[in-house]
Write a protein that binds this ligand. Structure first.
Ligand code: FMN
Length: 248
């Protein structure tokens, strides 16, 4: 079984490609989190988590959802993280989670995909994004084959900087930066409610036909990047930037 979480579609794309190679069933973690569903998951063969990287770790909301959900059947668990550049020392925390859940850690791999964090960085334009995804396809093929054969992923060494990013900086990031306060909406908003539907944390409501953000944001970038009118901004940071959605 492949369980994926996605903000802007990269993880879903990878999950689908891996499913084509291995025949595993796809399950959306977004849907489960949105429905507050932590009911038992029973899988045979293997569990494969496909997730974006958030501040050099797996997204905290995914880690919390995994912690709360009961998994039965197979113990073999793979993690496939996609990132703009690097996953830091994410493996340390994944191994800790596996221990806590009594999973057999089959390894973590990273796949470079287009950057989507427009609250901080720039996203690539569509032609550059397609080139990045075409390069990723080669890696996805190799990963799919390793999983199909039931082999483990080879662990990559982390250096001191990786360790600092995934520990201290990750803690600072969640304490001070991951907030919805800076989201605003302008006159281009037509009140279509796509942002409400796309928010896995049910953190957006329409008031007077305009979105209002609550306190549960995880900065997945779905609302801002999927708004069909580009009516959402994140303070000054997102002004004039390309809105990213996986083009494939
Ligand atoms: C909140 C947030 C934090 C991120 N942190 C990292 C990071 O630490 N390292 C990195 O290389 N990319 C980082 N990214 C980029 C995403 O991991 C990357 O674009 C990913 O492919 C997005 O996947 P998705 O489309 O499935 O949401 C971050 C993106 C977001 C939204």
């Amino acid at each position: 079984m492949i369980l994926y979480f996605t903000g802007t579609g990269n993880s879903r794309y990878i999950a689908k490609q891996i499913a084509n190679l291995t025949g595993d069933k796809l399950v959306s973690i977004n849907k489960r989190i949105k429905e507050n569903n932590i009911s038992e998951i029973n899988a045979t063969g293997r569990l494969i988590f496909v997730v974006p990287t958030y501040c050099w770790r797996i997204p905290r909301l995914v880690e919390e959802w995994i912690a709360k959900t009961r998994f039965t059947g197979t113990k073999n668990v793979y993690f496939i993280m996609n990132c703009g550049t690097s996953i830091g020392n994410a493996k340390k925390y994944i191994k800790r989670l596996c221990k806590r859940k009594n999973f057999k850690y089959m390894g973590v791999v990273s796949i470079v995909m287009p950057e989507n964090y427009i609250a901080m960085y720039d996203a690539p334009d569509e032609s550059v994004a397609i080139q990045i995804i075409e390069n990723a396809n080669l890696v996805i093929g190799k990963i799919g084959e390793i999983v199909r054969q039931g082999k483990v992923f080879t662990d990559r060494q982390s250096n001191l900087i990786d360790c600092l990013k995934s520990s201290v900086i990750n803690t600072i990031f969640y304490s001070f930066l991951v907030k919805a306060d800076k989201f605003t909406v302008d006159d281009k908003c037509v009140g279509c409610g796509i942002c409400v539907k796309e928010c896995s944390l049910n953190n957006i409501n329409l008031k007077g036909n305009k979105p209002v953000w609550g306190k549960e944001c995880t900065h997945c970038m779905a609302c801002i990047c999927k708004c069909p009118k580009e009516a959402i901004e994140y303070g000054e940071k997102s002004v004039g930037k390309i809105r990213y959605k996986c083009p494939m």
